[in-house]
Design a protein around this ligand. Structure first.
Ligand SMILES: [Zn+2]
Length: 421
């Protein structure tokens, strides 16, 4: 009976909330499904996933009738990247799963070989003869497997650097308690493998490694830019932005980047849809940046060659990691541009959108950075919650389901932009 009453109370609330949220959230979830499908190849540089994504975003801009500075919304820029196109790691006849059991360090070169494992325990790492011992083992055809160590320990860090230097073109395996990948703009001499400590057997013997890495010194990627013209001050712009690129592929492992940052692009497209129907006094531009994961390259190139003069850019609002806001949001640069931050807090307090909004100082951690360095007021907003997948294949559309706080964040950003009028 109690259960029944509970259902009776819950159902109307659930239905009304669902109807209120459904349109915007369903569409955003679909956008994330698309951006994280296999043919987008993790929106990186293997299989030109970045081009597939840029084309899709440009198509969405067009369907919203956004204006374009160039005919196809694209702003090309050049980058270099080390692509890990295939990888195989077999230990004692067991084929390990790339992306889940291990990662190839993003700057690794190609490598093919059979080795014997040489486990370097934490205790051994502290001995002053470790570098000598490891180098001797490498010369005899072993691959050192270095136990987890405290990255903050400066003496150990020095020892590890020395081992890396002396291993030259020979591989080294590092055990980790957690895996997180990234992409690299260069290729190093020696290959490195990062393996999950929990699956490594200390008595392992035979190690077979087969990595194919291709360094691409010049590759064209794109920013995608559209805008809605203002009805009173069309020359004055507010920029809403987020990066669409992610890590792409490492062999067969796809890093889908649902939260990072398909969620931000879904939000960008939702806001573009809203402002295309509700033009403001000033113009509103929408930029999906490329190359962020390689070191903010898309936004750096944009700030060097802006399509809108920086002096005519009144504010930049960057969105990255918009998937889970159950614990609120953080605003990077909130402490630098205090009056703007106070406006945001004021809106949130009146409307009760998010449980909390924290402010931070400046940080070079997303695409707002080069704008604020160039003197353009800018915020970077990211949401916080229980979603824990970061730079691993599990950050995918099945694991990320947008909900209540996505809609609330949408309303908060929309209200804030309108207030900038
Ligand atoms: Zn990101």
């Amino acid at each position: 009976m109690l259960r029944l009453i509970r259902y009776i109370l819950i159902i109307p609330f659930t239905i009304s909330t669902f109807l209120m949220l459904s349109q915007n959230v369903n569409q955003a979830n679909e956008t994330i499904q698309t951006l994280c499908s296999d043919e987008f190849a993790g929106r990186g540089y293997v299989d030109s996933g970045d081009w597939v994504a840029a084309k899709y975003i440009a198509k969405r801009f067009k369907s919203l009738s956004l204006k374009s500075f160039k005919s196809d919304y694209k702003q090309p820029f050049d980058l270099s990247v080390n692509n890990i196109t295939s990888t195989k790691l077999i230990i004692d006849n067991e084929l390990l799963k790339p992306g889940f059991d291990y990662l190839v360090a993003p700057n690794s070169p190609s490598l093919f070989g059979d080795y014997q494992a040489f486990y370097v325990s934490r205790k051994m790492l502290y001995s002053n003869r470790v570098v000598k011992k490891v180098c001797k083992a490498i010369r005899r055809g072993y691959v050192p497997v270095i136990s987890i160590f405290d990255q903050k320990d400066k003496t150990l860090k020095k020892t590890i650097d020395e081992i890396k230097k002396l291993s030259k073109e020979e591989p080294v395996i590092f055990l980790k308690d957690k895996l997180t990948w990234r992409v690299s703009t260069f290729q190093s001499k020696g290959a490195e493998i990062w393996m999950l400590d929990s699956i490594f057997n200390r008595f392992s013997k035979d190690v077979h490694i087969d990595i194919t890495a291709t360094f691409v010194s010049s590759y064209e990627s794109n920013n995608v830019i559209g805008y809605v013209e203002g009805y009173q001050n069309p020359d004055s712009f507010i920029i809403l932005c987020g990066h669409y690129d992610h890590l792409g592929k490492m062999g067969d492992a796809i890093f889908y980047g649902a939260n990072d940052n398909a969620s931000g692009i879904a939000m960008l497209l939702d806001l573009a849809s809203y402002f295309s129907e509700h033009p403001q006094k000033f113009s509103v531009a929408f930029i999906a940046f490329g190359g962020e994961e390689l070191g903010l390259l898309g936004s750096l190139n944009y700030v060097k060659k802006p399509l809108i003069p920086l002096t005519k850019t009144r504010f930049v609002f960057n969105m990255d990691l918009m998937g889970d806001g159950s614990k609120g949001a953080t605003i990077v640069n909130g402490k630098i541009y205090k009056p703007y931050f106070d406006q945001l807090i004021d809106i949130n307090a009146k409307e009760g959108y998010l449980p909390s909004i924290r402010s931070r100082g400046k940080a070079a951690n997303s695409d707002h950075y080069f704008f604020s360095e160039a003197g353009v007021p800018s915020f970077f907003m990211y949401l916080m919650g229980d979603y824990e997948f970061y730079h691993i294949p599990q950050d995918n559309a099945n694991n990320l389901k947008l909900g209540y706080y996505y809609s609330k964040s949408f309303s908060l950003i929309k209200d804030f932009i309108i207030r900038l009028n």
